[in-house]
Design a protein around this ligand. Structure first.
Ligand code: SIN
Length: 530
């Protein structure tokens, strides 16, 4: 038991090292036959027979190993078992993927909008018809409960469907001319080759939210999924090939994150970087993109306030903040990070909320009834622990949980901490785990000031039955997304993105297309000649 635990810890620590975007050393395996763990053998066999267990990168339409044959392991975060080995690629493979994307750009961008739309629609249909298998793959490598994972497939696929439709609506403009012999036009054209760097918390949806609009606009893409969750990306790429999306339009490389990132940044053929992940890495990418003056879209960390006013409906507030906090075990950028509760409702809310949290069933995402899976790895649990310890040492009170779950090292108890203050790390940084810190406030002004007292500005939530207040507070919040009496607000039809250090640009919705389009102004002169 002890030995297995140690082996699991070692494997996780290796993976943590590997996947750090500041990667200094790599855990690499020699190119032996691919290891599939015994316990997950049945599942992986099913995925394999559906053709969805791809364990090579995709370059120019060809499934490819790392050129030096090195591999990295993908682990199941619920058990620590090795699910598969995937190639540990670097700069060389990335440069080839960029060349393939560059070669494919001319013909892809010259297809008619209807043709591109049809390809995307076919891809969407395939994603939906394989939602069970894709969901299983997400649970296997990311850990979220199967029902939530299948929900992510629906959510992820919705971006492909939406942008299949938007492909037909890339309208230009005609501008009234200031001189009689001229006609002024604006054309919208694809940016070019896009480097898309995506995170582990939504292994599918964060890819489709970027690739959908990119492909719809006529761009081609090199995707670098997280090394923790590459299998879903590879399965989605397999379905893109099956959908007839031509070779080179969509490429996938994974492995040595800094090498891949540097190759994407250095290439003048890559005209845009789109990234979802930490603010620290986002800043580095922004800096790196300056060398070739690339466009960047960044969807970075949050520190979402969830303000519950005295006049809120208690049931609505509990249900909404529970959803906003505990989605994906607290591992989303829009998860409520601070529950800021007015003093008149604080005690009632704390009691009702803690009761609801106590009912959340924790376990392996494949087990029936489980709604809280493991955290992604050991270091994520250590981070949660250290935030909670800091709060306790500064006077906060544990109302529920507050420690590792008895199930093992990647599981943490759904936790509620009362009397959290602004000097505690829990209120200043994104915990990215199942911990709900409660803070007290007296006045509306104080709530707004606490909420805005952060460099982050992604999502915010408010619960109130006062319509004037809801409008007033929404306007005062320095955030890109606001949920009023609702804790789950993400959808393909609305713009997603942050202000301040939470990012640049918007994803999803009609606005998501603008990120992949250049404007070209055309002036037609001598137009009065007969
Ligand atoms: C994220 O956590 O980055 C994405 C969450 C969402 O799309 O709702």
């Amino acid at each position: 038991m002890k030995v297995a635990r140690l082996a699991r810890m070692a494997a996780m620590a290796r993976n943590k090292l590997l996947c750090s975007s500041h990667l200094a050393s790599m855990h690499i395996s020699t190119p032996t036959s691919r290891q599939i763990s015994m316990k997950t053998e049945g599942l992986t066999a099913r995925l394999n027979s559906a053709g969805l267990l791809r364990t090579q990168g995709l370059i120019g339409g060809k499934w490819t190993d790392a050129y030096d044959g090195k591999t990295i392991q993908v682990l199941n975060p619920a058990t620590g078992e090795v699910v598969a080995d995937v190639p540990c690629m670097g700069g060389k493979e990335t440069n080839d993927a960029i060349s393939s994307a560059h070669d494919a750009f001319y013909s892809w961008s010259n297809l008619t909008c209807t043709e591109r739309s049809k390809h995307l629609r076919t891809w969407y249909n395939l994603l939906i018809s394989h939602k069970e298998e894709l969901g299983q793959l997400i649970t296997l490598e990311q850990g979220k409960p199967l029902k939530e994972a299948i929900g992510e497939v629906n959510y992820g696929a919705s971006f492909i469907e939406f942008f299949a439709e938007e492909a037909k609506r890339v309208y230009g403009d005609i501008i009234p001319a200031t001189l009689g012999d001229r006609r002024l036009l604006v054309l919208k054209q694809p940016v070019g080759v896009v480097g898309a760097i995506t995170p582990w918390n939504f292994p599918l949806a964060m890819i489709t939210r970027k690739v959908g609009p990119a492909l719809a606009c006529g761009c081609t893409v090199v995707i670098k999924p997280s090394e923790l969750t590459p299998l879903t990306a590879l399965a989605a790429a397999e379905l893109a090939l099956q959908a007839g999306i031509p070779p080179g339009v969509l490429n996938v490389v994974m492995g040595n994150a800094p090498d891949i990132g540097n190759a994407l940044l250095a290439s003048s053929q890559v005209r845009k970087i789109t990234f979802t992940g930490s603010t620290a890495v986002g800043k580095k990418l922004m800096e790196g993109a300056a060398g070739t003056v690339k466009r960047v879209s960044l969807e970075l960390g949050g520190n979402a306030p969830c303000i519950i006013f005295d006049d809120a409906d208690l049931d609505v507030a509990v249900k909404g903040s529970l959803a906003a906090k505990f989605r994906n075990s607290g591992q989303t950028c829009v998860c409520a990070n601070r529950l800021i509760v007015q003093e008149g409702i604080y005690d009632k809310f704390a009691e009702a909320f803690s009761k609801a949290v106590q009912n959340l069933q924790v376990g392996d995402g494949f087990s029936e009834g489980v709604v809280q899976g493991p955290l992604i790895n050991e270091s994520a649990v250590q981070k949660v622990e250290s935030f909670v310890q800091d709060a306790i040492s500064k006077g906060a009170k544990v109302l529920l949980g507050g420690k590792r779950h008895s199930l093992g090292m990647t599981f943490y108890e759904p936790t509620v901490i009362g009397d959290v203050k602004s000097e505690m790390i829990l209120s200043r940084e994104e915990v990215f785990g199942p911990v709900a810190p409660l803070m007290r406030f007296k006045t509306e002004e104080e709530a707004i000031s606490i909420a805005n007292n952060t460099n982050a500005g992604l999502a915010a939530y408010i619960f109130t039955n006062n319509i004037q207040r809801s409008w007033r507070v929404t306007e005062a919040l320095e955030y890109g997304l606001v949920g009023v009496n609702e804790g789950l607000i993400s959808t393909e039809v609305a713009p997603f993105g942050g202000v301040k250090q939470s990012g640049i640009g918007r994803e999803g919705s009609k606005y998501g297309m603008d990120e992949y389009l250049e404007l070209k102004y055309v002036c037609l002169g001598d137009m009065n000649r007969k």
